[in-house]
Design a protein. Structure first.
Length: 119
């Protein structure tokens, strides 16, 4: 299975998960990407130290791997941020609803919308 297929399957599977579980999966995947980048950088340093023939081609391959992992890290970090905001909004809504009921939630949302229009 190619990396693109693996990524597509990951993002598709993630779409069907609850926010907390999806965040956990993203964090695990981010840790895996960070480890992959560290291993590629170590390999690059080892290749450069040997100065063997064709090391530039090898270094280009490694650099491409690092760039791909960095792109994946950017996507994961954005998704983690979105999921955490979603969890915060859900927790806020549940807390307001528990204290003031659905009418309180509605009133808070109206007030927040009015404040956003003023700012």
């Amino acid at each position: 299975m190619s990396t693109n297929e693996d990524d597509a399957m990951f993002w598709e599977r993630l779409a069907g998960m609850p926010a907390l579980e999806a965040e956990h999966e993203c964090v695990l995947r981010r840790e895996n990407c960070c480890l992959q980048v560290a291993m590629l950088r170590e390999e690059s340093a080892r290749v450069k130290a040997k100065h063997r023939g064709g090391w530039q081609r090898e270094n280009e391959r490694i650099s491409a791997g690092i760039a791909a992992a960095d792109a994946q890290l950017t996507k994961l970090n954005e998704r983690i941020k979105e999921l955490r905001k979603l969890q915060h909004r859900i927790a806020w809504r549940r807390a307001v609803e528990a204290l003031y009921g659905q009418d309180g939630v509605t009133a808070c949302l109206v007030w927040m919308e009015q404040q956003a229009a003023v700012c």
